[in-house]
Design a binder for this molecule. Structure first.
Ligand SMILES: [Zn+2]
Length: 394
């Protein structure tokens, strides 16, 4: 890339990112914030507008700092229709879709049921059917519930029976846009942070608790993926020397003390729920606890104790500003958030900054929305010149 082209590429992405994080603003404000001359901004904005990525709109308000002397107030904004980013979460028997526009608005979300066992080709066909007619579709993010490398090669998905599969290559053959494949907890975490500009310059730990326990660490707006992209397996922190056998084959993992099966074990051990009704358990136990049911209160306390042990270790390792908890266990997590917070703050190394604990906000579609935000970020990311294959998505 020639120097001048490189400078244009970088500055265009700086403009797009500034508008994504700060909202619409005047050309003069953009020039001030980015340290560029008004003439350069005018030129770049013209180019981005011609490419349908930016639009002009009347300024929402005028104040001393924002007024362009002699002109009516005009702001520059991302053009929502300038590009779409599709997120698809592959689950057990379902594919959840979320469609984001260029301005990060969720314009559609839906769930498609698939006949089990789900074959990779059937999933790709379902995504292709959804994507048909979406224009301009800039990129597609797909999440899988298990180990996937950063090149999109699925290592192992016990829940779906997939193993050693170059899923990204398979998907890109059938889809008309670039494909990114990510672990579902990584995507949910990234979506949570990416949609909250206030969290993006920090160190954030995310735990997704449900049938399993996935995790992610995000530092300065970037996922820490590990050497091959398969890091952040926080559910397999060993917190006890023994315990139930974990999905990884070992004993004593955090996951086996904080997932839905653990809640089932702690709450009325003699009445085990079957796998199908397990997903209703967190809301049921949380409701019973709020009604004063001693067994439910005890189950939540036991689970919270184990979770606090794991979170304290993570806080000591990462020194996060925020720990976000999400997933199907959310009702139970909501019921014990204060207790968890107190236990973690009391347990970390004295003098260390106390992390803020909060619940995730994206709900059931968190993985699909997260997958779409990963695709969105890839398009806006200046560093794509140096990493990956350097493809410009915008
Ligand atoms: Zn394990």
């Amino acid at each position: 890339m020639a120097d001048q082209t490189l400078a244009r590429y970088v500055n265009e992405r700086r403009i797009l990112t500034q508008l994504r994080l700060q909202g619409p603003m005047s050309r003069a404000a953009l020039a001030r914030r980015l340290g560029l001359t008004p003439a350069t901004i005018t030129n770049l904005v013209e180019n981005l507008t011609a490419g349908s990525l930016l639009i002009e709109k009347p300024a929402a308000r005028e104040d001393g700092a924002r007024r362009d002397v002699g002109r009516p107030g005009v702001d520059i904004a991302l053009n929502p229709k300038g590009g779409y980013f599709l997120g698809a979460e592959i689950g057990v028997g379902v594919v959840r879709f979320a469609l984001l526009d260029l301005a990060l608005g969720v314009v559609d979300s839906r769930t498609a049921r698939l006949i089990q066992p789900i074959e990779p080709e059937a999933v790709v066909a379902a995504i292709a059917a959804y994507a048909r007619g979406l224009k301009p579709l800039r990129a597609i993010g797909i999440t899988v519930p298990g180990l996937v490398r950063s090149d999109g090669h699925v290592v192992h998905l016990p829940m779906l029976g997939w193993k050693d599969l170059n899923f990204r290559a398979l998907a890109e053959k059938a889809l008309s846009a670039p494909v990114l494949v990510e672990n579902n907890a990584h995507a949910a975490a990234f979506g949570e942070i990416y949609t909250q500009p206030g969290l993006q310059a920090d160190t954030i730990i995310y735990l997704k608790l449900g049938a399993g326990c996935g995790g992610a660490a995000i530092v300065n707006g970037r996922l820490i993926r590990g050497a091959g992209g398969t890091g952040n397996e926080f559910g397999h922190l060993r917190i006890r020397p023994a315990g139930p056998v974990c999905s990884c084959g070992r004993q004593g993992c955090l996951e086996t003390f904080v997932n839905m099966a653990a809640l089932d074990r702690f709450y009325r051990p003699s009445e085990a729920f079957d796998v199908d009704s397990l997903s209703a358990l967190p809301a049921m136990v949380a409701a019973a606890a709020s009604d004063g049911d001693a067994e439910a209160v005890g189950a939540i306390e036991e689970l919270a104790g184990h979770l606090a042990t794991g979170l304290t270790s993570l806080a000591n390792i990462f020194n996060p500003s925020t720990i976000v908890l999400g997933g199907a266990m959310r009702p139970v997590l909501s019921a014990c958030l204060d207790r968890l917070s107190q236990a973690v703050c009391a347990g970390i190394v004295p003098g260390m900054t106390r992390p803020q604990l909060q619940l995730s906000t994206l709900g059931e579609m968190e993985c699909a929305i997260g997958a779409a935000t990963i695709a969105h970020h890839q398009a806006f990311d200046v560093s794509n010149i140096e990493i990956g294959n350097g493809r410009a998505l915008l």
